[in-house]
Design a binder for this molecule. Structure first.
Ligand SMILES: C[S@@+](CC[C@H](N)C(=O)[O-])C[C@H]1O[C@@H](n2cnc3c(N)ncnc32)[C@H](O)[C@@H]1O
Length: 449
């Protein structure tokens, strides 16, 4: 729980939002807590409740911008600080990041950004003696940062080097650089709508993508948008909406969604008429899935269970969706904390779980049934290699290649093996704010009849 106080009544406008941003930033960078954890649910920052909708949106955007451009910011600050970032007062570092991000990329006047960061350090016992330093460095930042950022040309400072090395090895240096560049952009809001796609796109000031997703640049709480309360759509990245479609016609089929929460894909399957059993091992996340289904007036059987141990005695399913837990490196655009929280060593442990879940999924599938496996990871071990290993070990399964016509003709997102592989740099658009996809992998497998 953050120790700093928030929002005393006499405080200058905007300071509480910056202080909470600093707490949450420290939560990610120093305490290794996820953004989701700090922004929603029981363990969320208690100060969030005191912020207006506008300040809350600004605070979220500020934190996301800093995490998305952390390498660049740290380079600029390092060049402006003769003796480096003070190590005895973490709030001095977060105040510098917050001030610099606003000066460089947000619609906040420079003098206000500097003033709020100075106040931020002044109100922290350990950091207050750095108020003069913060003031001077941020003023120089406003004057000199553009030139300092130029020094980074040709580099990808905002992606940790271990990740960049992985992507270069698998996709080639050029694509790795494009992925890194795409991750620096603020992502659009993507919605899966039940019907009337064009009408919803117009109402929400967006457009319909070739794949049917409605994409808009609206910001702030989605709960305030038209269509939310009456359950006309749900938030789902355009790439995340593709795997569930690989089953084809599912009306009346029994489909098992093995790692289901918060339920974007369960909702797609239920909306398409499937009889869905949705399993997740997290009770809180299953509760969220249930809430989402209720809002959308959709139905599914829900089960809280560890999927690796579930299913004995159940009849076999017509289709199984395994959206496995993974490193989530494909979603860094939307969850920029992931880049700084995950480590290379996490991937091997996840691969072990994924292979156990895959074996379980195969055992619960009827002959002639389809298994769709997907992960929101860019790492081949969690995608292509996991499926290659499964196919080598289980001769009852074979690939049913995905064709371009199933994904609105986007042949660049299909591999030579007929698997889906979307990258953050895919789906270019004349207006870059409308471009990009989360990085997803999906394969479709048939159980021999
Ligand atoms: C990638 S998310 C699923 C997203 C979901 N399919 C959707 O479209 O909204 C992975 C989920 O797997 C769940 N999970 C992780 N390990 C599990 C296990 N052994 N058994 C069941 N669920 C598990 C996590 O709680 C998490 O909700």
């Amino acid at each position: 729980m953050p120790s700093t106080r928030f929002a005393p009544p006499s405080e200058v406008p905007g300071l509480a939002a910056r202080r909470i941003a600093a707490d949450i930033l420290d939560g990610v960078l120093l305490k290794r807590r996820t953004l989701d954890d700090q922004l929603d649910g029981a363990a969320a920052h208690p100060g969030l409740k005191t912020l207006s909708d506008r300040d809350r949106a600004l605070m979220r955007r500020l934190v996301a911008t800093i995490l998305r451009r952390l390498g660049t910011l740290n380079h600029v600050l390092a060049r402006l600080l003769d003796r480096g970032v003070p190590t005895d007062a973490p709030r001095a570092h977060s105040a510098l990041l917050i001030g610099a991000a606003q000066i460089l990329w947000m619609d906040v006047p420079d003098h206000a950004a500097v003033d709020l960061s100075v106040r931020l350090v002044q109100s922290d016992r350990r950091a207050s003696r750095y108020a003069g330093l913060v003031n001077a460095v941020l003023r120089r930042c406003a004057r000199e940062a553009a030139q300092l950022i130029d020094e980074l040309q040709g580099q990808s400072p905002d992606v940790p080097s271990w990740l960049l090395a992985r992507w270069s090895a698998h996709y080639g240096e050029d694509t790795a650089r494009k992925i890194a560049q795409a991750l620096g952009e603020e992502p659009s809001l993507d919605l899966t709508v039940k019907s009337d796609h064009e009408a919803w796109a117009t109402r929400l000031h967006g457009e319909v993508l070739p794949t049917g997703t409605v994409r808009t640049l609206l910001q702030g709480s989605v709960r305030m948008l038209p269509g939310y309360d009456d359950g006309q759509w749900w938030v789902q990245d355009a790439a995340a909406a593709l795997p569930a479609r690989l089953f084809g016609e599912v009306a009346g089929q029994r489909i098992l969604d093995l790692c289901a929460a918060p339920g974007g894909k369960t909702a797609q399957l239920a909306h398409a008429g499937a009889i869905v059993t949705a399993i997740d091992r997290s009770p809180n996340r299953i509760a969220r899935l249930q809430e989402n289904l209720t809002r959308l007036s959709l139905k599914a059987e829900t089960v809280v269970a560890d999927a690796t141990e579930w299913g004995d005695g159940h009849s076999l399913y017509d289709g199984i969706l395994l959206d496995a837990p993974c490193s989530s490196t494909g979603t860094i655009r939307r969850h920029p904390d992931i880049a700084w929280l995950k480590q290379d060593s996490d991937i091997a442990a996840l691969c072990d779980l994924q292979s156990r879940l895959l074996r379980k999924a195969s055992s619960l599938l009827r002959p002639g049934g389809l298994l769709v496996y997907c992960t929101c990871s860019l790492e081949p071990e969690e995608g292509e290699q996991a499926i290659a290993a499964l196919l080598a070990a289980d001769s009852s399964l074979s690939r049913v290649p995905v064709t371009a016509s199933e994904v609105a003709g986007l042949s660049e997102i299909i591999t030579a093996q007929g698997e889906l592989r979307t990258l953050p740099c895919h789906l270019p658009h004349a207006d870059p704010r409308f471009a990009g996809l989360d990085g997803f992998y999906a394969a479709r497998l048939l159980k021999a009849p």
